[in-house]
Design a protein around this ligand. Structure first.
Ligand code: VGL
Ligand code: ZN
Length: 229
């Protein structure tokens, strides 16, 4: 057991990787890293270890997700009168919220590019998400309407992927939602706790996300859990 943000988590050990495994690298983009418009604290500290894990995914599939919003996206506080980033906001169907964000990851801008230190040489597939101005997409599988698929499930199924390993940003938004949808879609889902950092808005969000994942059948692992033979 490890204590992670005050939550006791059991971590898996001695996972031998095979060709039915996929690494999902979530949103390692300039806007979520120091210097960006909504930097996740400590986000740059996980880049090296993520790169190391990308290098050992020699038999499996490496997918990077990329938050990719039009300038008029309704998750941006700037697109609502009298609203600021961090303000509570819940559209009736859950498509936008629970809070509003600074403008970030606008399509084709520097902020939306993958950070230059992140290894992008091994990418098998890029999944862009959040393109519909009225529906956000925290998960790399499903938009926030929880109906519209991004194509990730179909892609993984086409390679017979059985296990997914989730790392990147941010722990309590895009990584969490990707993990919850992944386990619902019957992938054996591993959350890489030392390869992610969270936003923790509203406060307690990281702890709540970890608890929900552990009661929903998601497994936890670290970089050192993984082996190639
Ligand atoms: C994310 C909030 C808004 C994330 C993306 O990558 O976790 N969070 N857009
Ligand atoms: Zn976004």
């Amino acid at each position: 057991m490890v204590n992670f943000y005050g939550v006791e988590l059991k971590t898996e050990k001695n996972i031998v990787l095979n060709k039915y495994d996929a690494l999902l690298v979530i949103d390692m983009q300039n806007d979520f890293l120091p210097g960006g418009s909504m930097p996740v604290e400590g986000g740059d500290s996980i880049i090296k270890d993520i790169n190391d894990v990308i290098e050992i995914f020699v038999d499996g599939i490496v997918v990077h997700s990329q938050d990719w919003h039009p300038p008029n996206h309704l998750s941006f506080a700037s697109n609502h009168p009298n609203k600021n980033p961090g303000d509570e906001f819940n559209s009736k169907d859950g498509a936008i919220g629970p809070i509003l964000w600074p403008d970030h990851c606008v399509e084709n801008t520097y902020g939306a590019r993958f950070h230059k230190k992140v290894n992008t040489k091994m990418i098998n597939k890029i999944i862009q998400k959040g393109m519909n101005p009225e529906i956000d997409s925290y998960s790399a599988f499903l938009e926030n309407d929880k109906k519209t698929e991004t194509g990730l499930r179909e892609y993984l199924n086409s390679f017979n992927i059985k296990r997914i390993f989730i790392c990147g940003l941010a722990l309590d938004y895009c990584c969490y939602n990707t993990a919850m949808d992944g386990v619902n879609f019957n992938f054996e889902t591993f959350f890489m706790i030392d390869l992610t950092k969270g936003i923790d808005e509203p406060p307690g969000n990281i702890t709540n996300s970890l608890k929900k994942m552990s009661t929903n059948g998601i497994k936890f692992a670290t970089k050192n859990s993984l082996k190639i033979w």
